[in-house]
Design a protein around this ligand. Sequence first.
Ligand code: FE
Length: 151
Amino acid sequence: MQENNTKNNPYYSRTDKTKLNVPDSEWKKILSPDLYATAREAATERPGTGKYNKFDGLGEYYCAVCGNHLFRSDAKFASTCGWPSFFEAEKDGVIYKRDSSFGMERTEVLCKRCDSHLGHVFNDGPPPTGTRFCMNSISLDFVPDAKTEAK
Ligand code: FE
């Protein structure tokens, strides 16, 4: 499900791990307005509206802006918060930044490769980590696992 995001995006790659340093003026030309608002201006989807909120397909989640590997579906859990939630991120997937906006102390989660805003992380998640990565669906690209033959 990466129909709009990767088209005309020369920076999108699921294999290239090179850190990107692309100015927002350039991203604005490449990304859809909705993705730009979330990824580069930290807008938050309305709860319950994202395409991956109540989605339980098996596969991998990548950054919708740059293709960096962020999460596996087996770290996704059925959160009632209204956004797709994961209990752990892939190694080298994300970085963290203190966020004091809106009168709250939160930890923002950004893509490690392109510094795009993904969501926030909280410490009220399920075992084994107790962590809840609360993500915006639009910032994610899901790629399903290859179908395996039933034996
Ligand atoms: Fe990224």
